[in-house]
Structures are given as structure tokens and as C-alpha cells.
Design a protein around this ligand. Sequence first.
Ligand code: OFO
Length: 164
Amino acid sequence: MAISKSMAEALNKQFNEELGSAYLYESMAADFYSKNLPGLANWMTAQATEERTHAQKIHHYLDENDERVFYAALSEPQAAWETPLEAFMAALAHEKYITKCIHDLVRKSRKEDDIATEIFLSWYVTEQIEEETSAQSMIDKLKMVGGYEMGLYQLDKEASRRRE
Ligand code: OFO
């Protein structure tokens, strides 16, 4: 069982993208904490934890294929967003970008007739549907709340219950 060197590199790039996602969501969490929204911060921290598991899965897959990961420099994430709605819209846009990365990887695996990697990536394809849906659902709720502070307080409370 072996994957091509260029597939190993592409997966390594995705490994770093996943860590970059975690970094972005940690930054959003920091912004929410600083604005007294601990529930939304908790949501983002849980999301960041999930992103690290996405990275770990790639790490293991590369290990199993006698390859290794290399850590790349992470670019400085944005530190503040005007409103919670803007932060979640940025999160959704980021997830759409990640979905494209995953789909590109699937196309690459098909081109290389690398069936094992294609099947490995299918988990990510499904996961991305969930990732986009959960960001979209927060956007929908924030739009419903509008500028109503009590609504934001309730939503923050609801978001504090997210564990994974
Ligand atoms: Fe948010 O799915 Fe990984 O990056």
C-alpha cells in the first residue's frame, strides 16, 4: 500500500489547512470571550478541537502509508469581527473553501487511480456537508435574533452547551 509523493504532499497541505482552521476558530473564540459571549466562544473552541481531529486523521493516514507530516507556518488569523453574524459568515466562507480543497483532493485521487485515498477522503466529503450546515444554522439563528440583545443572550446560552 503506497500513495504517490505528490498525494502525500497534497495531504500534508490539507493537514496544515485543518490546523489553520483550528487557529481561525480559536481566534474567533478569543474575540467572543473578549465581548462577553462565552457561549459563542465555547462553540468556536469546540469547533477548533474538531478541526484538530480532522488534522489528526490525515496524520494517521500518512503514517499508515509510510509518510510523515510536516508543520507549515500558520498565517495570522483575523482578530476581531464587527458582529457575531460576521464571524459566523466568515466561518461559513472558510468551510466552503475547505470543501473545495477536499473536493480537489478527491479529484486528484481519482486521477491517480488511488482508490484507498479516495475512500479515505469520503469521510471528509460528508463531514464538510455537516460543517457547512452547522455554520449556516448559526447564521440563520443570528439573523433571526437581529439586534435583539435578549435573543443574543439566549443564543449564547444555547451555544454554551456544545461539547463536540
Ligand atoms: Fe471545518 O472542517 Fe476541517 O477544516
